[in-house]
Design a protein around this ligand. Structure first.
Ligand SMILES: [Zn+2]
Length: 55
């Protein structure tokens, strides 16, 4: 008898929202945005940069 109880359990917790953190280069306001055309909610500037958050 050969019992194979080798069930790999992959926890796929990769369901994250496409929410990224941005910083405004004009007023240094940090905010979270999503989508392609993200603007600063404080000064309405599109001069923003994605804050790279490494896990
Ligand atoms: Zn701003």
């Amino acid at each position: 008898m050969c019992m194979v109880g080798d069930v790999p359990e992959l926890n796929i917790e990769n369901i994250e929202m496409d929410l990224k953190e941005y910083v405004c280069l004009d007023c240094e306001n940090k905010f979270k945005g999503l989508g392609k055309s993200v603007i600063c909610p404080a000064c309405k500037s599109s001069n923003i940069e994605i804050v790279s958050a490494e896990k």
